[in-house]
Design a protein around this ligand. Structure first.
Ligand code: SF4
Length: 292
């Protein structure tokens, strides 16, 4: 099986067998995201997908976890995706779960019954970048949905039996928007009540200047290491979740943490405070190691 590169998957899908059902992202407009900018979105032909599944069923018949790529597999026609899921179930008898990325626009377009039909065929986890709960910022970054639309889409998926793995992007609001970004993001995450929640930190490398001056405009200024921790604290202190695995281990973050919410909330806040009190804390990832 050949992959159309670049190919992305969440870190937690590192041991999953990956099938590319679509190439690129049907939305592909978020300002901060360069993942699929080199690809034109398309649904791969059925014959190619079928060939990949049959070939890998022969090579890895005991696969238990399968990840469907690229950016937003739920963008495909419902009947088509059901056909894909049925074939995967037929060919991998030991399958435990199927997962994929999802965009808020996909979830808005699918009905509760459609999402249920996917779940009944093994689709279990959807990874979705909320990025921020702040509507002004969502509009600015061209996410294509408001906070309440993201809540409705994620709640619909959860009501259909799916588990949501959601992502908040620290630093997205810049210096001026940091507080509103943290507080509105916590409010939206609380309303979704996802099973998994991760924070990543905005990293733009050589594009930082273009992003600051041309794309975001106005007085947008990237936040520094200390402000990232302050923003993380503002966010975590407002979280009120029923049962969520929380993590900041992604390589973009300065402070790698994990725990279960609500149980570990105080422990997590204490660790953030400790890191805030000491610039050279051993809890912090050095700048050179970020993004590796
Ligand atoms: S929906 Fe996701 S993959 Fe698509 S452009 Fe936005 S962040 Fe990137």
């Amino acid at each position: 099986m050949d992959y159309d590169m670049p190919l992305y998957r969440p870190p937690s899908e590192g041991r999953s067998l990956i099938f590319q059902i679509t190439l690129g992202c049907s939305w592909n407009r978020c300002l901060f995201c360069a993942m699929y900018k080199t690809k034109r979105y398309k649904v791969r032909p059925w014959e190619e997908i079928e060939k990949d599944i049959i070939e890998m069923a022969w090579l890895q018949p005991h696969a238990r976890k399968i990840f469907l790529a690229d950016g937003d597999v739920l963008s495909v026609d419902t009947e088509f995706l059901i056909r894909v899921l049925d074939l995967i179930n037929e060919k991998f008898p030991q399958l435990e779960r199927i997962s994929s990325y999802a965009g808020p626009t996909n979830l808005m377009a699918k009905s509760l019954d459609e999402l249920r039909a996917f779940h009944e065929r093994g689709l279990d986890i959807l990874y979705l970048g909320i990025e921020t709960g702040n509507d002004e910022l969502l509009k600015k970054i061209c996410k294509g949905a408001t906070g309440s639309e993201i809540i409705d889409g994620c709640r619909k998926a959860i009501d259909a039996g799916l588990r949501m793995s959601t992502i908040i992007l620290l630093g997205l609001g810049g210096v001026e928007g940091s507080y509103a970004h943290a507080k509105d993001s916590a409010r939206v995450v609380n309303a979704i009540d996802p099973q998994f929640l991760a924070c990543l930190t905005l990293m733009l490398g050589p594009y930082a200047e273009i992003y600051e001056k041309k794309l975001m405009g106005g007085n947008f200024k990237m936040i520094d290491k200390k402000q990232t921790l302050v923003e993380l604290r503002w966010f975590v202190e407002d979280l009120d979740l029923s049962n969520c695995r929380f993590g900041t281990e992604h390589a973009s973050n300065y402070l790698p943490l994990n725990g279960d919410l609500p149980g570990d909330k105080e422990k997590i806040l204490n660790l953030i405070d400790k890191a805030l009190g000491n610039d050279h804390s051993r809890l912090l990832r050095p700048e050179w190691a970020r993004g590796l």
